[in-house]
Design a protein around this ligand. Structure first.
Ligand code: CA
Ligand code: CA
Length: 381
């Protein structure tokens, strides 16, 4: 039997010293309210167990893992639990190392995973995957990170996003939301389970098709692809994030537009309005179906409105309105980019209301056409 002081020292030693963990069993890392569990690493191409990402509001993750393809390979391969792979975990951090991936003698790999709390119910997993070229020739390699978020269960996910961002909410759950965010990736794809994962586990070469816009309701899965040329005897790293958000974003159209020479102008965004802890990020409000080469105004306000000015139905509150002017291109499109500062959760739960007006003498009022309104409820992590 240990004395109390010895027990305390023993426990302190256990928590302070990194512990080598079997790649064949699950490992959990935590920071404050945020927990991430990476399951046993599979010995084959298909992950067989469930991962966990929980910011204290509930688990939003089903599976997450990495694949690669070296130039000349006839398929993608999983980073597997081969004989020399090791995993070391301590506190909020774990490191998985493959000294010789797939026993090719060509490259080693290190996956560094850390969790960070950003609030009482929010936080993120940051991943840095580093490839070390063990040869004297440049190494052409594609890396793939795959994520299956099940926000409040599978089958009712809604996703919005673009090349770097896959924001996921649930159709009915008003609390939980997630984001899969990549930096520097060259490809992406979103689809219903198991279409995206099958691209990585089948016996054919697949490059991700590219995705932006919306998905669902359905069983969201998504992936990102990085096409790399690793210098001879050099290394390259890629970076991604899996976040559980402090508040659930949403996009809602309202009101009706008024037609001009190109029909009724449309308003859209490149995903949810999101703020994150790692840096400023742009959010684009787009216009379509405007008059070509015409003056356009993107209105932005903290409140919804409904007033008439020169025969135009203004759908944002004039008292808190900000307007940015630009010219449409020859197709009648334009965009306004908002730069969202990296200070969560300040924008969490804030609504922004937006609308486009386009100078257009062909409109019924002889002055301008206008889009419907778009309500953007911001999320953040
Ligand atoms: Ca494939
Ligand atoms: Ca899913």
């Amino acid at each position: 039997m240990r004395s109390p002081i010895n027990s305390i020292l023993f426990i302190a030693a256990m928590t302070a010293v990194p512990v080598s963990a079997q790649v064949g069993s699950a490992v959990t890392i935590t920071n404050g309210n945020v927990t991430y569990t990476q399951g046993a690493i599979a010995t084959g191409e298909t992950p067989g167990v469930a991962e966990v990402l929980n910011g204290s509001g509930g688990d939003i993750l089903y599976q997450h893992w990495w694949w690669f393809r070296v130039a000349g390979d006839t398929r993608e391969f999983s980073f597997k639990a081969d004989a020399n792979a090791t995993r070391v975990a301590s506190g909020s951090s774990m490191t998985t190392t493959w000294p010789d991936v797939d026993s090719r003698g060509v490259f080693s790999a290190t996956l560094q995973q850390d969790v960070f709390s950003t609030g009482a119910t929010s936080g993120y997993l940051r991943e840095i995957m580093t490839i070390q070229n063990l040869t004297a020739n440049p190494l052409a390699i594609d890396l793939f990170a795959y994520t299956d978020f099940d926000v409040a269960g599978a089958g009712t996910d809604l996703a919005r996003g673009n090349l770097s961002s896959q924001g996921v909410i649930d159709q009915t759950n008003t609390v939980l939301s997630a984001e899969f965010f990549g930096l520097g990736n060259t490809g992406n794809q979103v689809g219903a389970f198991a279409t995206v994962r099958t691209l990585l586990t089948n016996t054919a070469v697949d490059n991700l098709a590219g995705w932006n816009g919306s998905f669902g309701a359905g069983d969201y899965t998504g992936a990102m692809q990085w096409t790399l040329m690793v210098p001879a005897n050099g290394s390259a790293s890629v970076l991604d994030f899996l976040a559980t958000m402090a508040c659930r974003p949403q996009l809602t159209g309202y009101g009706a537009g008024g037609a001009g020479v190109s029909g009724v102008p449309t308003i859209n965004t490149d995903g949810y309005l999101l703020q994150n802890a790692i840096g400023p990020r742009p959010a684009t409000i787009g216009l379509g179906n405007g008059a070509p080469n015409a003056l356009a105004a993107c209105l932005l306000s903290l409140n919804q409105g409904n007033s008439t000015l020169l025969g135009i139905n203004i759908l944002v509150d004039l008292g808190t309105m900000d307007a940015a002017f630009t010219l449409t291109d020859p197709t009648g499109a334009a965009s306004r980019v908002l730069n969202i500062p990296p200070t969560p959760p300040a924008l969490c739960g804030i609504n922004l209301f937006s609308q486009w007006l386009v100078s257009d003498t062909a409109a019924a009022n002889g002055v301008a056409s206008w889009s419907a309104g778009l309500q953007m409820l911001s999320g953040g992590w």
